[in-house]
Structures are given as structure tokens and as C-alpha cells.
Write a protein that binds this ligand. Structure first.
Ligand code: BV8
Ligand code: ZN
Length: 244
């Protein structure tokens, strides 16, 4: 794979890399994206399921949907893209800022991850906020809190909900201080997360998009690499290893 000379120069002098990732980085693990051809949202509207109102209106339906997604996630593995990002920690200071809730960056071995939209493996009680992630849930009806009887919900950020401020600010600062900010597998249409690559660019980071198709971010980036994340990232690692 041929890369632009300017990018390779940046890569050789860089110290800090940030990887801002979306559902596309998990596509090659077999997890459907949200807005692509087979996207989850094509079958249903986000507000129908990924919102607090939807959950309170029909908790069993929403809980069942997350159980279904957890089952898929437990059956898949991190792919070459996740694993390469973890391996690049041998050569750079690497920070992952992910919109994904699938826990695959953690399973791939990345050591610094900011989760902007939560993590599907964690759950808490809507009333007393007790976390119950160690509990194995059986069946599809929404579990009740053992402490207060409240409904248990996944610890993910639904539409209309604020993002965890600590994760967002830390992720944004890391992106702004990065030498290169890679934007991997995201349509960059969900806010405020999608502000982060733009802030990175404004702060002087070299913005590189890795996607299989053009996105809204295209007009901001310094360099668009079209290809599958699982193919492109290992090629970048190969260049780095040959240089070292
Ligand atoms: C909020 C968790 C404050 C749940 C998700 C401006 C400012 C603030 C808010 C808004 C705003 N404008 C609009 C809003 C509202 C809304 C929003 O952004 N709506 C959009 C859809 C218009 N934002 C919110 O509600 C946020 N909260 O703002 O709070 C507030 C408070 C009160 C009242 C108002 C505001 C909360 C947003 C978080 C929602 N939660 N997920 C769950 O997962 O169940 S969003 C969901 O979308 C996922 O987290 C996902 O990560 C995220 C982004 O999608 P992508 O990751 O980009 O995935 P997508 O399928 O879209 O794209 C995949 C890409 O990969 C494609 O480009 C494809 O080409 C590429 N690809 C595919 N295969 C590959 C590949 N690339 C490389 N290799 C491959 N192999
Ligand atoms: Zn409770």
C-alpha cells in the first residue's frame, strides 16, 4: 500500500498518536455498523431503542436488544485493526478515543482508552445507580436491582443523554495534543463526539481519516486513506517497524 510522503514524514517524527474510532473499526470482527448498508439503524430508528424514553416505555424490548448485541460481541474477537493500535504502543504514546461500546479495544490490549458512549459490558440501576456488571443476566426480561428493585440499564450513552464529561474532556485534550489524530471507521455524524477530530485539527494535529468511503469529515482532514481499517492499519505498522 502506497502512503503520501507527507504522512510518512509525520509518522516518522510523531510521538503521540490518537485513534478516534467508530463502529467501522469493529465491522471486520463481524459487528454490524449503525449507518452502513447492513446498519443496525436501517432496521429501526435510533430513538426507538437507544434512548431513555424508549427504555422506560418498553424496558424488556430495549434490554433484549442489548442482550442480543452482547451475545454477538461475546462471540467475536478484536480484529487486526484493534490489535495493530495496541501494538503501536511499542513505538508511540497511543490514546484510543472510541465511540464504540463493544469493549474490543480493551480486549485487544490497548492500555489507554476513553469511552465516549459507555460500555455495553457495564450495567447499572436507574434508581440507585448501583453497578451490577458482574451479574450474569439470564433471559430477556429486564433485570431488577437487588438493592432497590429498580430497572437495570446498560451503561451506554443514549440519544439525548450527556456524554461522561471526564471521558470526553480527556479524549478531546489527548486529540488536541496529538501529533497525528487518526479517525477510523466513523461516519462522524454523531455529536458532540464528532467535534473531537475537528478540535484536534484546529489545535494543529495532523488529521488522517481511514474509511472505506468518504465522510462529512473529509473536508477537514489532512489525508484520507480509503480502505478497510483491518488492511490499512497493519500496513502503517509495517512501515513503522521497517523504519525502527
Ligand atoms: C447529547 C451508544 C447532550 C448507544 C450512541 C450537536 C451537539 C450535541 C448533540 C447533538 C448535536 N446534533 C445532534 C445532536 C443529538 C445527537 C446526535 O448527534 N444525533 C445525530 C444522529 C444527528 N447526539 C446526542 O444525542 C448525544 N447526546 O448530545 O447530549 C444533549 C442532552 C440533552 C438534550 C440534547 C443534547 C448522544 C449521542 C450518543 C448516542 N449513542 N451509541 C448504543 O450503541 O446502543 S450513537 C452510535 O453512533 C454509536 O455510539 C456509534 O459509535 C456512533 C457513531 O456512529 P459510527 O461509529 O460513526 O458508526 P456508523 O455506522 O455511523 O459509521 C461507520 C463508518 O465506518 C462508516 O463511515 C463506514 O463507511 C465505515 N466503515 C465500515 N466498515 C469499515 C469502515 N471503515 C473502515 N474499515 C471498515 N472495515
Ligand atoms: Zn437500585
Amino acid at each position: 500500500m502506497q502512503f503520501k510522503e507527507q504522512f510518512l514524514k509525520k509518522l516518522s517524527s510523531a510521538k503521540k498518536l490518537v485513534f478516534f474510532t467508530g463502529a467501522g473499526i469493529s465491522a471486520e470482527s463481524g459487528i454490524a455498523t449503525f449507518r452502513g448498508a447492513d446498519g443496525i439503524w436501517n432496521k429501526m430508528k435510533p430513538e426507538e431503542l437507544a434512548s431513555f424514553n424508549a427504555f422506560m416505555k418498553n424496558p424488556d424490548l430495549v434490554w433484549e436488544w442489548y442482550q442480543h448485541r452482547r451475545e454477538i460481541i461475546h462471540k467475536v474477537e478484536p480484529n487486526a485493526a484493534h490489535l495493530t493500535i495496541a501494538e503501536l504502543e511499542q513505538y508511540y504514546e497511543v490514546t484510543v478515543v472510541t465511540q464504540n461500546v463493544d469493549n474490543l479495544h480493551k480486549r485487544a490490549g490497548s492500555s489507554l482508552i476513553y469511552e465516549l458512549h459507555g460500555n455495553i459490558e457495564r450495567n447499572f440501576c436507574v434508581d440507585c445507580h448501583t453497578f451490577v456488571n458482574e451479574q450474569q443476566f439470564t433471559g430477556d426480561e429486564v433485570p431488577k436491582c437487588e438493592k432497590c428493585g429498580g430497572l437495570i440499564r446498560p451503561d451506554v450513552v443514549w440519544f439525548g443523554e450527556n456524554l461522561p464529561q471526564d471521558q470526553f474532556s480527556a479524549g478531546e485534550i489527548a486529540a488536541e495534543w496529538s501529533d497525528i489524530c487518526f479517525v477510523v471507521g466513523t461516519s462522524a455524524v454523531v455529536y458532540p463526539a464528532a467535534y473531537i477530530p475537528q478540535s484536534a485539527k484546529r489545535a494543529g494535529s495532523y488529521l488522517v481519516e481511514i474509511n472505506i468511503e468518504p465522510t462529512e469529515l473529509g473536508r477537514f482532514v489532512n489525508y484520507s486513506i480509503f480502505g478497510k481499517a483491518g488492511d490499512v492499519l497493519p500496513e502503517i505498522l509495517k512501515f513503522v517497524e521497517d523504519k525502527k
